[in-house]
Design a protein around this ligand. Structure first.
Ligand SMILES: [Zn+2]
Ligand SMILES: [Zn+2]
Length: 305
């Protein structure tokens, strides 16, 4: 049996936010308000990732939310006479004591990269400083996979971004993820909010199989021991005897997919599916999406076969 890493040795699943903004950059809520708001919505951890402005600090120290150090970095790249595209990357890292090479309130400057090869040097620098990176809102950035598929070292990419969904109806269901997975890349999918105004926070999150401390959470993310959700819960996902099996909270639809036919959708008229299976013989990987009666998604990470 191959069990997706989120579901091995069941620890408590931690609910976490990996991408948000505050008044430290162009968000509307103060860092303290944003932390409290996430706590009220059941979050165990949160990264405050203001634009090019690194944060380690817990601005609401009485609230039991683990703050993951981080920031968001960006570079634009020009397309002659036709507007521009942009690369955005969230960095998350350990404490200073555990080797994070950034400083509290360190500011970075944005610039222009000619292409993804040139942008790679920034990722290399962030990784050398002990940080993990993930690629943000590819649809909103107008970067189909061919514009970011050669970047190396990203542990994940965004498959849901509440700000892009609410602003542009984009980045809502992983449209470019399978292009990278189909190339054999091991890259996980994260749901984030990228919340700027308060109403954009707490719609998309990750559920991580880890102890509640920064290093354990980072290690679990890097290992793919998590799933992403806007509501539904996934309790188990594994492949056994050529069949992928998922167990989950009551669902109206469950979709198994890879980068080849046949994608299969199991449907329940009364939204009562709590288990589904599908033969995946010949597939290189399988992932599953669980959709509840209100249309909210949860996405497993892939099982590589
Ligand atoms: Zn961004
Ligand atoms: Zn952002």
């Amino acid at each position: 049996m191959i069990q997706q890493q989120a579901f091995t040795e069941a620890k408590r699943m931690l609910k976490g936010g990996l991408h948000c903004h505050t008044t430290r950059s162009d968000g509307r809520g103060t860092p303290e308000e944003v932390i409290r708001y996430h706590y009220e919505h059941g979050y165990d951890f949160l990264a405050i990732t203001d634009h090019r402005f690194y944060n380690f600090k817990n601005y609401a120290p009485d609230v039991p939310v683990t703050i993951i150090p981080g920031m968001e970095f960006d570079n634009d790249f020009e397309v002659k006479n036709r507007g521009f595209r942009t690369f955005h990357t969230v960095c998350i890292g350990p404490s200073k004591e555990d080797g994070n090479g950034f400083e509290q309130d360190e500011r970075l400057t944005s610039g222009t990269a000619k292409n993804q090869e040139e942008y790679q040097k920034y990722l290399d620098e962030f990784h050398a400083k002990g940080n993990l990176t993930f690629y943000c809102h590819p649809e909103w950035s107008s970067t189909p996979a061919r514009y970011f598929d050669k970047l190396t070292g990203n542990f994940a990419m965004e498959i849901w971004n509440s700000s892009s969904v609410m602003g542009c109806d984009m980045d809502r269901d992983a449209s470019y993820w399978d292009e990278l997975l189909g190339q054999g890349k091991i890259i996980y999918g994260v749901a984030t909010d990228d919340g700027h105004p308060m109403e954009q926070h707490c719609h998309g999150w990750v559920m991580v199989n880890a102890e509640n401390n920064i290093n354990a959470i980072l290690n679990a993310l890097k290992a793919g021991a998590f799933y992403s959700s806007c509501g539904p819960e996934i309790y188990n996902f594994y492949v056994e005897d050529g069949k992928a099996v998922v167990e989950c909270s009551p669902a109206a639809r469950i979709r198994f997919q890879s980068d080849m036919h046949p994608t299969v959708m199991k449907i329940s008229e009364n939204a009562s599916l709590t288990r589904a299976e599908f033969s995946v013989n010949g597939w290189a990987y399988v992932r599953v999406s669980v959709i509840d009666r209100d249309g909210n998604y949860a996405w497993s990470n892939p099982i590589f076969l």
